[in-house]
Design a protein around this ligand. Structure first.
Ligand SMILES: Cc1cc2nc3c(=O)[nH]c(=O)nc-3n(C[C@H](O)[C@H](O)[C@H](O)COP(=O)(O)OP(=O)(O)OC[C@H]3O[C@@H](n4cnc5c(N)ncnc54)[C@H](O)[C@@H]3O)c2cc1C
Length: 342
């Protein structure tokens, strides 16, 4: 009989669990339902007092490793907390979000417990055995893994499960005693780029993709790069969408000629770029060639704005294609969004 533990942690505010943690709870509930097993949820946080409100109220056992030492991410304390929670739950299967906090410690904790770990898990099924799925070779091959060794840690990719929506009757949380390790690291604060500068937002609903058309000569025979930059950044500010790009556009940033300075190769979507997960995608000024569109595999609703009625998007790659000038469409969209906010 398997004992399932979902490891979770609080967000930077300390007053809520991260979205990825809530997704892991959904995965844990689904797996325990299929196995008819007992679910335990382990929380690493500074103070769990208010967190139980966003956790399932009936059924799962709630354990916390909490205190000042666990309010901030740090390898030594996070690893000790996760190890203590796994031991207290006597867990055989451990699900955890693939956050930077847990991705950093999970393999070490698995080793301490004599277990094994698989990462980038996108789905878990259970019949006679537990089967965990992940993608290889740039999302082209899906593998289904089973293992006999326990404990088995599964790090879940974000965006693969619906986040658990909180219950109203909080369940009491049992505190787990953690032997505090010697720490060399003191967390003095978080220095993060401003929201405007941070354009890659994995949690965003919308992926906004820019193509090379933004920097090409337009019907008036001129390029309008400054206007393109304002429109793109204006749209991102209004929507908090994540910014993706075609390879042709980010390549223009090479050789010291940064055309749109907020774009880097990290924004590139496609065969030689990223394959993000978002519920919607809007492509602008991009031709929709296969090496680019292969990176849209996990975008549920795909839309494109292109001047070319014969582009790759219109040939079956998008759900909706607007044959229109993206400069005009995005300017109009920005005005509508600003009016809505006012
Ligand atoms: C091995 C290999 C790997 C590759 N990997 C990737 C990858 O990972 N990602 C990737 O993106 N590409 C990749 N490519 C390149 C890919 O094949 C395309 O060359 C690239 O995606 C084209 O970028 P684009 O559509 O932005 O530019 P273009 O092909 O130049 O298209 C620009 C589009 O903008 C439109 N346009 C212009 N002005 C406007 C306007 N005002 N309004 C609306 N539309 C307008 C034009 O009609 C045109 O369709 C790879 C290629 C190879 C060979």
């Amino acid at each position: 009989m398997e004992t399932i533990l979902v490891l979770t942690h609080a967000d930077e505010t300390g007053s809520a669990l991260t979205k990825a943690s809530l997704e892991a709870i959904t995965a844990g509930q689904q797996l325990t339902g299929r196995l008819n097993a007992q679910l335990t949820i382990g929380i690493v946080c500074g103070d769990p007092t208010h967190l139980s409100k966003s956790l399932p109220s009936a059924g799962p056992r709630l354990l916390a490793a909490s205190g000042e030492a666990f309010a901030q991410p740090r390898y030594a304390t996070d690893a000790a907390a996760c190890e203590a929670l796994c031991r207290a739950a006597a867990a055989t299967i451990i699900l955890a979000p693939s956050s930077s906090r847990f991705a950093r410690v999970a393999a070490g904790v698995a080793h301490r417990l004599g277990g094994v770990i698989d990462t980038h898990i996108t789905a878990i099924n259970a019949a006679d055995t537990i089967q965990a799925s992940r993608w290889f070779y740039r999302q082209r091959i899906e593998a289904v893994l089973t293992r006999a060794t326990r404990p088995w840690f599964l790090l879940l990719d974000a965006g693969t499960h619906a986040p658990f929506e909180g219950a109203s009757n909080p369940t009491p949380i049992e505190e787990v005693k953690v032997e505090l390790p010697a720490t060399r690291t003191t967390v003095t604060g978080i220095r993060a780029p401003k929201q405007d500068e941070q354009t890659i937002r994995p949690d965003a609903n919308l992926l906004f993709v820019t193509g090379a058309g933004w920097t090409k000569k337009q019907p008036d025979g001129q390029t309008h790069v400054a206007e393109a930059s304002d429109l793109i950044l204006g749209f991102l500010r209004q929507t908090s969408a994540s910014l993706g790009s075609s390879k042709s556009l980010v390549d223009q940033g090479g050789e010291g000629n940064s055309v749109l300075p907020f774009l880097t190769h990290l924004n590139q979507i496609g065969q030689t770029g990223a394959t993000p997960r978002h519920s919607k995608g809007l492509s602008t000024c991009c031709h929709g060639e296969e090496p680019h569109v292969v990176g849209w595999r996990f975008i549920a609703d795909r839309r494109a704005i292109s001047l070319d009625a014969n582009c790759g998007w219109t040939r079956g790659k998008a759900d909706v294609v607007y044959i229109a000038d993206a400069f005009q469409v995005v300017a109009k969209l920005n005005n509508l969004l600003a009016a809505k906010k006012a």
